[in-house]
Design a protein around this ligand. Structure first.
Ligand code: ADP
Ligand code: MG
Length: 259
């Protein structure tokens, strides 16, 4: 459903994306992982048309999005794509229900319908008692669930999530993880997420590794064990002469060894 081809992007002299191509299938959860600064957020923003590439193509169900006029693109994005960010980005002066309803109102849904659907989604996500609360009156996990409800309000074809559990404790991370699994299993929701959270990456159908502005070739091991990726820990370069030197067979499993 989403075909990204040969995306290049620089900020000034800094070449952040060096020819990225990937395809996301309908109903798939794809996790993009890799060290900080690899270009993951930039790629997600370009895939979600929030940022423009210098060159390359983003095809959405066969429609080229690069070069589409801003107004048309905003409308397209609002109805087809949902976004969840690390920091919920809810509007502080609005209630949870109003925040969730907003993209539907923008899409031209009546206020009554939008508010009903918002309440319904929030209830499904366990926030039935919180719909009239403002973000400041909710916990981090509740805010993030509200942000997911907002991403879902227009029944998007795809959800982009950038470190959706990045600012949550482990109980709340687990909840968000369960929600994504449920969305895929129940609705066939397509999700592209960027994450450092290894247990969240583990629910993905496919893990895409990025480093230094490129997508790395698929790892040999199918059973990916993504490291819990401390920021500075980039992919170790394994010297074949060293492999197993200390009798350890962990090299492959621990570090997602490259071909
Ligand atoms: N708007 C911007 N202007 C200048 N540099 C940017 C901008 N956005 C990102 N960068 C730089 O691009 C590189 C990749 O950033 P990013 O895509 O956020 O990586 P990641 O999400 O993998 O940590 C970083 O070096 C970052 O500082
Ligand atoms: Mg990022």
């Amino acid at each position: 459903m989403l075909d990204i081809k040969n995306i290049h992007k620089s900020f000034g002299n800094l070449e952040v994306l060096k020819g990225i191509s990937l395809s996301i299938g309908k109903g798939e959860i794809a996790a993009i992982v890799g060290p900080s600064g690899a270009g993951k957020t930039t790629l997600l923003q370009i895939a979600g048309t929030l940022e423009k590439p210098d060159s390359g193509s983003v095809l959405f169900n066969g429609t080229e999005l690069i070069g589409m006029k801003d107004k048309k693109l905003s409308a397209f994005r609002n109805t087809n794509m949902g976004f969840v960010f690390q920091f919920h980005q809810l509007l502080p002066e609005f209630t949870a229900q109003e925040n969730v309803a907003l993209p539907a109102l923008i899409a031209g849904t009546s206020k009554k319908k939008a508010m009903e659907k918002a309440a319904d989604l929030l209830t499904q996500l366990g926030l039935g008692e919180r719909i009239h609360h403002k973000p400041a009156e909710m916990s981090g996990g509740e805010r993030q669930r509200t942000a997911i409800a907002r991403a879902l309000i227009n029944d998007p074809e795809i959800i982009f999530a950038d470190e959706p559990t990045g600012s949550l404790d482990s109980a709340n991370r687990q909840e968000i993880q369960d929600i994504f699994v449920d969305l895929r299993d129940r609705l066939g929701q397509t999700v592209v997420m960027v994450t450092h959270d290894s247990s969240l990456a583990a629910i993905a159908d496919r893990v895409i590794e990025m480093a230094d502005g490129k997508v790395l070739p698929p790892a040999i091991e199918v059973e990916l064990e993504v490291t819990d990726c401390p920021e500075e820990e980039s992919l170790p370069i394994v010297n074949p002469l060293d492999a197993g030197r200390d009798g350890s067979e962990d090299l492959v499993g621990d570090s997602v060894q490259q071909v």
